[in-house]
Write a protein that binds this ligand. Sequence first.
Ligand code: NAP
Length: 169
Amino acid sequence: MKVTLIAALTADGFIAKDDAHLSTRWTSKEDSLFFRERAKHAGHMIVGSKTFATFNRQMKGRKMYVYSRSLEVENAYNNDIEVVSLAPKELIADLAKRGIEEVLITGGSSIYTLFMNAGVIDTLLLTHEPVIFGTGVTLFNEAVSAKLQLSLVHNLSDQTKVFEYEVMQ
Ligand SMILES: NC(=O)c1ccc[n+]([C@@H]2O[C@H](COP(=O)([O-])OP(=O)(O)OC[C@H]3O[C@@H](n4cnc5c(N)ncnc54)[C@H](OP(=O)(O)O)[C@@H]3O)[C@@H](O)[C@H]2O)c1
């Protein structure tokens, strides 16, 4: 099964101003469309409860595995969710057993870090947006070490590029 981390970054390396900051408030329309296409194609997204709480609509055609230590997560827009807390390797093995071919790791920082440090990410899709926050939430919130190979640059517009990296094992 393919495991892809997808994130949008400011020019100074942040993914949000704070943990309640909705990504689509500052990313480009092109990036929102790119994210929607990739998410619909995969059909399965892994997300932390704080990021899930920032979503302000129903996302049809996608199942979300919401990481939380609580048994229940507020699901105001009636999304298709499953609350999870398994270690990343166990969750990925479980999803593979169910016949799922691709899953997107859609953040936030703590979930990106958990999955990178578990060594289960194959590909990173990092959108670079021409915005600066100065301070905020970083892509990872702990030490992470990985060697990447740039495999593709998606030219979403003159201003917005997505860098696709493969994680070297
Ligand atoms: N720019 C982008 O592409 C992008 C993408 C995604 C998110 N973001 C931003 O990132 C920010 C949120 O990031 P964040 O790191 O603060 O929060 P987060 O990763 O979205 O969620 C953290 C929560 O996940 C749960 N969790 C974490 N580790 C767990 C584990 N081992 N087992 C079970 N549950 C676990 C806990 O939920 P409970 O507290 O419920 O137990 C924890 O509070 C938001 O501002 C969001 O907009 C940006």
